[in-house]
Ligand binder design. Structure first.
Ligand code: MSP
Length: 524
């Protein structure tokens, strides 16, 4: 028997040197929405996130905090776990690179690469940026203040000379190019794919994959003076979580290769060049897709701790509402592009798309049903062309969303959903059910039924983005928990006339700036 189609999605694992901020929340949010979408679409989902705990950068942060690195990572890693809970992320696993299962997987991968002749011992002399945990070629650097050299990312580099193992990346150049060619969907969006391809075409050098000048990492098998390069360690998390090195186990055979590694644009090279090369060199399959999203700025400025403009996602959710922020982040900026967070833009979206358009639609319709249809789903009569048109638009939305979310175009999917919201609002105005109440109550029932069915579709389909609000809306439509998956879309799952409905409560309040709120001013 063929079971449900699996779907394995991962976030990058986050460095524990930092408190979680909007960038981390954004990457995980996008994955959460896809994981929820695929579950509702009947797929068997594994959604992985976690923390990247080794390397010089984390070691330095631990030192600065006056803590032992293990104790430090135990503490900071919890912040990321808590964030996942607070933001209602539905990850199925949370991996830490200091876990035993991960150390085992990394050492097994290393041994395999070593045995395959893909890793050799040499010595490294070159530039390294601790902030990026990345090696840079002299030609990539520019001069910074105080005679310092600066990487393209803006990170300071330092000169490193030490014995090191190397991975034969240069030997993978042609095979990587052939792989991109044969798998046109491997890198998204397309503009990023082109960047990666031209980078690989310009030539790859062998990659230093071990360090000897500090200790916080996974020891290299049979040569414990070396610890593994933190990116080799970190990338391996994606297969640790499906049970590697046991490739015969159920999880591995079900979920590997992963369907999607979601990453920010800054770490695309590691995922789209190093990672498939490591995997192919070890005789393992590369993931199916890597998507690189853009970066957020804050009111036009780069977000950084030194500027002091870091956005705390928990504070945002407290102020504007969690689902509101989830919606805003995915609707406002075409996914893949950079975006600017501004309070004005957030408030506009929240008040216009959510409070005015969707919220009012639901509240108007449900209140009319409550008052005029004895608080039960009305019984429709023969449908007219306008009713059919609205229902068709609502029913066609599923295919649109599946296609758009399938290529990580959240903004497009949401825009399509809000077109249906707009259609429904125009339909209410045109049909004027409040007038029909007196002139033609049977027709009023048909109109309100058509609207309730449309709202049911919208609520089911937007659950991945706004899980709590949509659940409340579906409660108000008395849709049973088992009727909330995508299998219940369309006429088969239609609302049953006569079903009693609870008293409606508004779902999306308007955001009122505290300074404009008179009740707060007077302390009432
Ligand atoms: N530890 C590595 C990833 C290893 S994956 C095998 C890492 N961690 S990170 O904590 O620095 O960054 C994690 C993610 O946050 C990246 O995808 C990065 O793009 C994202 N963001 C960090 N700041 C961001 C913004 N200002 N805006 C959007 N996303 C950004 O890299």
């Amino acid at each position: 028997m063929v079971g449900p189609q699996p779907y394995y999605i991962t976030t990058p694992i986050y460095y524990v040197n930092d408190a979680p901020h909007i960038g981390h929340a954004y990457t995980t949010l996008a994955c959460d929405v896809l994981a929820r979408f695929m579950r509702l679409d009947g797929r068997r989902v594994k959604f992985l996130t976690g923390t990247d705990e080794h390397g010089q950068k984390v070691e330095k942060s631990a030192q600065a905090a006056g803590m032992d690195p293990q104790a430090f990572t135990d503490k900071v890693s919890l912040n990321f776990r808590d964030l996942a809970k607070t933001l209602n992320f539905s990850n199925d696993d949370f991996i830490r690179t200091t876990e035993e299962r991960h150390v085992r997987a990394c050492q097994a991968l290393w041994t395999r690469l070593k045995e395959a002749g893909e890793i050799y011992l040499g010595s490294y002399a070159g530039w390294y940026a601790v902030r990026d945990e990345a090696f840079y070629d002299e030609s990539e650097l520019r001069d910074g203040p105080g005679g310092k050299k600066i990487a393209p990312s803006g990170a300071e580099v330092e000169w490193v000379e030490e014995p090191s193992y190397f991975f034969r990346l240069s030997a993978w150049q042609e095979r990587l190019l052939a792989f991109y060619e044969q798998n046109p969907g491997f890198i998204g969006p397309a503009s990023r794919r082109n960047e990666v391809i031209s980078f690989v075409r310009s030539g790859l050098r062998d990659l230093s994959v071990s360090r000897t000048t500090f200790r916080w990492g996974i020891p290299v098998p049979n040569d414990p003076d070396h610890i593994m390069y933190v990116w080799l360690d970190a990338l391996t998390n994606y297969i640790t979580a499906v049970g590697y090195p046991d490739t015969e186990n159920k999880d591995y055979s079900t979920f590997w290769p992963a369907d999607l590694h979601m990453v920010g644009k800054d770490i695309l090279r590691f995922h789209a060049i190093f990672w498939p090369a490591f995997l192919m060199a070890a005789g393992l399959q590369p993931p199916k897709r890597v998507f690189a999203h853009g970066w957020w700025t804050n009111e036009g400025q780069k977000i950084s701790k030194s500027v002091g403009n870091v956005i705390d996602p928990v504070v945002l959710a407290d102020e504007y509402g969690l689902d509101q922020i989830r919606y805003f982040l995915l609707r406002e900026v075409p996914f893949g592009n950079d975006g600017d967070f501004s309070r004005t833009a957030a408030i506009n979206r929240i008040n216009s798309d959510l409070a005015n358009d969707f919220g009012n639609l639901a509240q108007r319709v449900l209140s009319m049903i409550h008052k005029n249809c004895e608080a039960a789903v009305p019984r429709p009569n023969a449908l007219k062309a306008a009713d059919e048109a609205l229902l068709t638009a609502a029913r066609e939305l599923f295919d649109r969303l599946r296609a758009d979310f399938g290529e990580q175009a959240f903004h497009r999917g949401l825009e399509a959903a809000w077109q249906v919201v707009g259609d429904a609002n125009r339909y209410v105005d045109e049909q004027a059910p409040w007038t029909l109440r007196k002139t033609d109550p049977a027709r009023m029932n048909t109109v309100l039924y058509t609207l309730a069915e449309t709202i049911r579709h919208l609520a089911i389909l937007t659950q991945p983005v706004m899980p709590e609000s949509c659940a409340r809306l579906l409660d108000q439509l008395a849709v049973a928990p088992e009727g909330r998956t995508f299998a219940s879309l369309g006429p088969d799952g239609a609302l049953a006339p006569g079903t009693a409905l609870p008293k409606p409560e508004p779902i999306f309040p308007r955001y009122i700036k505290p300074e404009d709120d008179d009740s707060q001013k007077t302390g009432r």
